[in-house]
Write a protein that binds this ligand. Structure first.
Ligand code: GLA
Length: 372
């Protein structure tokens, strides 16, 4: 869990903003709720020095990355950084191909905790991807520091089959999330929440502790801000839709990576991002990704077993009108009687063998079931 620079700042990042974000993550309760990484995305690089060491842009990071790492560490936050398995990154900055060991050592010397490794400007085939990702993960392992490795090739070469072996702890499963409910254009690489859900939900069997399907950042609270997630029809969503993203990403055990302006969050955004009962579903130590048990056009129902024997259930109304729904737990493979807690209402909703009620358009109910 954490906060990433990309969808709010794009590549216009500055150490001052990141320090402010770190302060705001503490002050707003984000860190306490579990968002304990700051991920610097693309745009930090300033080329290489005369010994080919990668350097930060001195205008954006006048104090250097190590000083920033010290600062965020002092706040109880870890620091992630970004590179790419080619000569240039997606936004056209210096990347790591051919300098894997040297860059890994540099990142370690800066006390970096995480590397997001992108795949722009690299060949399309899988064999090269496996080779380049393996090379960087080995370099990180040799760097002398424990650095989490996030693979980002957008699901195009089915990384769920090879990324764990190549040394990744998580891998993106789709193209970049846009701040929209669904892709109406049919254009590739213009994913909304439903598009990502439909890809990621099918991959539940591949996830587990230390190997996660990454459904990309939470766009909660961006409200159509111009920038990367505002592209390609990303004109923003309602709070109901943002709440759905949080529910669905949580039950799918995807990393929860906010990318909104933590310094200025409205009450709705705080309520969504800081819901501890929802976060507990996401972070449950059993580490299961929910299985989608119902997918019938209007309704999706996802089920995630939890470590203490409870079960999380998400009910999504994909339709454009509010509708009533009723479900019997045996239909989801759950026998017996359950007490149902609504994790958005923070209330016990009843006991028995099922649930019925009204679900707003694009709303996701998130329940925690306890056997009685
Ligand atoms: C790709 C990634 C994004 C972001 C940008 C940065 O598009 O998928 O998440 O890192 O590159 O340029």
């Amino acid at each position: 869990m954490g906060w990433m620079t990309w969808n709010f700042f794009a590549d216009n990042i500055h150490e001052k903003d990141i320090r402010e974000m770190a302060d705001a993550m503490v002050a707003s309760g984000m860190v306490e709720a579990g968002y304990n990484y700051i991920f610097i995305d693309d745009g930090w690089q300033g080329g290489r020095d005369n010994r080919n060491n990668i350097i930060a842009d001195p205008e954006k990071f006048p104090s250097g990355i190590k000083a920033l790492a010290d600062y965020v560490h002092s706040k109880g936050i870890k620091l992630g950084i970004y590179s790419d398995a080619a000569q240039l990154t997606c936004a056209g900055y210096t990347a790591s191909l051919g300098f894997e060991e040297q860059d890994a050592k540099t990142f370690a010397s800066w006390d970096i905790d995480y590397l997001k490794y992108d795949y722009c400007h690299a060949p399309k085939d899988s064999a090269t991807a496996v080779e380049r990702y393996t090379k960087m993960s080995q370099a990180l392992r040799k760097s002398g520091r424990d650095i989490v490795f996030g693979i980002c090739e957008w699901g195009q070469r089915k990384p769920w089959h090879w990324a764990a072996e190549a040394g990744g702890q998580l891998w993106r499963t789709t193209y970049d999330v846009r701040d929209k409910w669904k892709n109406l254009s049919g254009q590739e690489n213009a994913e909304g929440i439903l598009d990502i859900l439909d890809i990621n939900a099918e991959l539940h069997a591949y996830a587990g502790p230390g190997r996660w399907n990454d459904a990309d950042m939470l766009v909660v609270g961006l409200y159509g801000k111009p920038g990367p997630s505002g592209d390609l029809g990303g004109t923003g969503m309602t709070d109901t839709e943002y709440q759905s993203q949080m529910s669905l990403w949580s039950i799918m055990a995807s990393p929860l990576i906010a990318t909104n302006d933590i310094r200025h969050m409205n009450e709705a955004t705080k309520r969504i991002l800081l819901n501890k009962e929802v976060i507990a579903v996401n972070q449950d130590p059993l580490g299961k990704q929910a299985e989608r048990k119902v997918h019938d056009g209007t309704w999706d129902v996802l089920v995630k077993p939890l470590q203490n024997g409870d079960v999380a259930v998400a009910i999504l109304n994909r339709g454009d009108a509010a509708k009533n729904y009723s479900i019997n737990w045996p239909k989801l493979g759950l026998s017996g009687r359950y007490e149902v807690r609504d994790l958005w209402e923070h209330k016990t909703m009843g006991k028995g063998k099922g649930w019925k009620g009204r679900v707003q358009a694009h709303e996701t109910k998130l329940f925690r079931l306890r056997k009685i």
